[in-house]
Design a protein around this ligand. Structure first.
Ligand code: SF4
Length: 396
């Protein structure tokens, strides 16, 4: 059976062509799946019974299997999703006054083994499918809407992309009321969860297309951010295929230190990476790159290292986001003291760079940045064992 969450617009068009149906059916079904967020073909009530039966014979809507769903004191909500064979990934919803951001995963585990990253310590399990990536946004929207959560404080202009102009064959609007009223709980998506998105290129790009599609989630390119550790050839492909906002995990201002912290640097060193960033900016929806920089006590957090960094990136339009490192068991690092992070920020700001310090969210549920996989593997196996008997919550 085909999972409809696995198909972008081109995939849906091909499916309906194969079924001998008119092309507009693809858009109609996309509205049902991604805007009305239905979980079964039978619910698509403006399709004839015969067409629903025809579609249901070959396709289904299969959302993620939720192992746990936890909300922190600050409203941050984390879902742990079973992806089979004892593996799990996490996604995190971060509500703010003017937006709701969903941080999603692209791989179960990660092969790149960055020294400070708990996901890297798990090793690589497998790439997520398009359905498993898109299914994260689909499920989070469903769960939040069911709880009455909607984005607040957004302007009408910002809401327009979610308005959906498509009409049914008879001219009636096909979008769901919550879409037309701009109450989508999730306004921004960041691929910063588990995995290196560009190492799962085809499924990630297909998912990005669904996120951006006006007949699906209709997010603007500026509101979808892909974070990479620097796979240069794939970054060049993304620039051509589907440019979205870009974040790069930099973490060091010279190659020897970055080789140690981000081993992929040995293959694509800083000079190559920064040149690729400049090429990317030609096509990017934002005119800057966000450089992420995890703050590791005594390793990369000295003011002179900030000044070295400033010289390194002087030709790249960019902002810095300093990330206080979140410890996990067995890690060799310590979190930089606050005063050192502030001194590092000041050195970058003095050099003319906008530099923010990431607010820690959801700490009490291990949803803070870099903790996405911390202790997950053991906990996941334990929970999956517990839940697999009977109680796993499925979302579809
Ligand atoms: S920081 Fe990103 S690329 Fe590096 S090991 Fe962790 S998930 Fe993989």
């Amino acid at each position: 059976m085909i999972n409809l969450l696995d198909l972008d617009a081109a995939g849906l068009a091909a499916l309906f062509a194969d079924l001998g149906e008119k092309p507009f059916r693809a858009k109609q079904v996309s509205h049902w799946v991604h805007q009305r967020l239905v979980g079964e073909v039978e619910a698509m009530t403006d399709l004839s019974r015969a067409l629903r039966e025809k579609l249901a014979a070959v396709a289904t809507i299969h959302g993620p299997t939720v192992v746990s769903d936890t909300t922190a004191a600050d409203g941050t909500r984390k879902w742990l999703l079973d992806v089979g064979a004892g593996n799990a990934v996490e996604m995190v919803y971060i509500p703010e006054d003017d937006r709701g951001t969903l941080c999603i995963s692209s791989q179960a585990g990660c092969a790149l083994d960055c020294a400070f990253c708990s996901t890297g310590k798990q090793g690589f399990n497998r790439n997520l499918t398009t359905a498993e990536i898109v299914g994260q946004l689909w499920h989070a929207n469903r769960a939040l809407l069911a709880d009455g959560v909607s984005a607040t404080g957004r302007t009408e202009r910002e809401l327009l992309p979610l308005g959906g102009k498509a009409r049914s064959a008879k001219g009636a609007p096909m979008t769901a009321p919550w879409v037309e009223q701009g109450r989508a709980p999730i306004t921004n998506v960041v691929l910063m969860g588990m995995g290196e998105p560009l190492a799962n290129y085809d499924c990630v790009v297909s998912s990005l297309r669904v996120f951006l599609d006006d007949n699906a989630y209709g997010l603007s390119r500026r509101r979808v951010t892909l974070s990479t550790s620097g796979l240069v050839p794939a970054l060049d492909r993304l620039r051509e295929d589907c440019p979205v906002a870009l974040a790069v995990s930099l973490h060091a201002g010279n190659d020897p230190l970055r080789d140690r912290l981000v081993p992929i640097n040995r293959k694509y060193p800083l000079a190559q990476l920064l040149t690729a960033c400049l090429r990317y900016l030609d096509r990017a929806p934002r005119d800057f790159v966000t450089f992420e920089y995890v703050m590791l006590d005594g390793v990369n957090d000295a003011p002179e290292q900030a000044r070295e960094l400033a010289v390194l990136v002087r030709d790249v339009p960019c902002k810095f986001n300093l990330i206080p490192w979140n410890p996990f068991p067995g890690a060799e690092f310590r979190t930089s003291p606050r005063a050192r992070i502030l001194a590092f920020q000041k050195a970058l700001m003095d050099a003319g760079f906008v530099t923010t310090i990431r607010k820690t969210r959801g700490e009490d549920i291990d949803a803070a940045c870099g903790q996405l996989a911390g202790r997950v593997q053991d906990r996941t196996k334990r929970r999956i064992r517990i839940h697999s008997a009977a109680a796993a919550t499925t979302a579809h």
